[in-house]
Write a protein that binds this ligand. Structure first.
Ligand code: PAF
Length: 277
């Protein structure tokens, strides 16, 4: 696996990979890689593409009250994991490369970024869209892989790519879960043993709600009961909502693209999850 830390090195390595592979795939990450990220890389490799994985803790997507320095970092472990999964190139830019002095452009996506995480974390999706646009411009991949765990992020990136006519495909990959159902996330390491024991209840509740809605239960009642039950288990629920999948607009009746999304806090850890119905 080649490691690029500067734009000239990245360009050379991408040009070489393009000559020897049918397709180039990008897996954007902020490091602290877990099985979810490894699955994204593996999915790209299995598709026959040469996979480029970026590791960049993006300051622009942290809201003012969020602690960038607390974000877990493990470059050595991350590079070993990428190599083991068959990643062809790791791209590790620094902040000055991604955000050079004097730049004056950011990407603001409307529609799917307006509610939920967009409200809870002002500026977050501007940071995500901007860094993804830059990574797409640097690597020029044929496709890029994102986990469905961050459902709203996936929709925001898809919207941006469609609206700006960017020449790549965005591929969503199913959420990877612990055996007890907890969605894999770099935040899970901050759960205390007691919180970790309760955390799978979020997915279990989403699954129950999805079943009740599919069976014809009234959405408002089912969701409000599930919210109360999560609060009784110790969660502080930010939102639990039935939305249409691409635009994340709330809906009150089922439709083929309906998605159930949730964000809930256990202590200081904010967990996100979602299921299709
Ligand atoms: O999901 C993440 O890890 C980040 O939001 C991403 C897509 C790598 C952009 O920084």
């Amino acid at each position: 696996m080649f490691i690029a830390r500067t734009l000239p090195d990245l360009r050379d390595a991408c040009a070489r990979l393009r000559r020897s592979s049918d397709a180039l795939a990008l897996v954007p990450t902020m490091g602290a890689l877990h099985e979810g990220h490894r699955t994204l890389v593996r999915t790209g490799v299995v598709s026959g593409a040469a996979v480029v994985a970026s590791i960049f803790v993006n300051p622009l997507q942290f809201a003012a009250n969020e602690d960038l320095s607390r974000y877990p970092r493990d470059e050595e472990g991350d590079l070993a994991a990428l190599e083991a999964e068959g990643c062809a190139l790791a791209w590790l830019p620094d902040v000055a490369t991604m955000y050079p002095a004097g730049e004056a452009t950011t990407v603001v996506v409307g529609g799917p970024s307006e509610r939920w995480e967009g409200e809870a974390r002002p500026g977050h999706f501007r940071g995500v869209a901007t860094v993804c646009a830059k990574l797409f411009g640097q690597v020029r991949p044929d496709r890029a892989y994102f986990g469905e765990k961050d459902w709203q992020q996936l929709q925001v990136v898809k919207r941006m790519v469609a609206d700006l006519l960017l020449p790549l495909e965005i591929v969503g990959v199913e959420t990877v879960r612990e055996p007890d159902g907890l969605a894999m996330s770099s935040r899970n390491r901050f759960l205390s043993p007691e919180e970790r024991a309760v955390a799978p209840t979020l997915y279990a509740t989403l699954t129950e709600v999805a079943g009740a809605l599919a069976a014809g239960g009234p959405a408002a009642d089912v969701i409000s009961a599930a919210r109360d039950s999560l609060e009784r288990s110790g969660f502080e629920v930010d939102y639990l909502a039935l939305v249409e999948g691409a635009g994340l607009v709330p809906i009150d009746t089922l439709r083929p693209d309906a998605r159930l999304i949730a964000a809930a806090r256990l202590g200081s850890v904010r967990l996100l999850d979602n299921v299709g119905i």
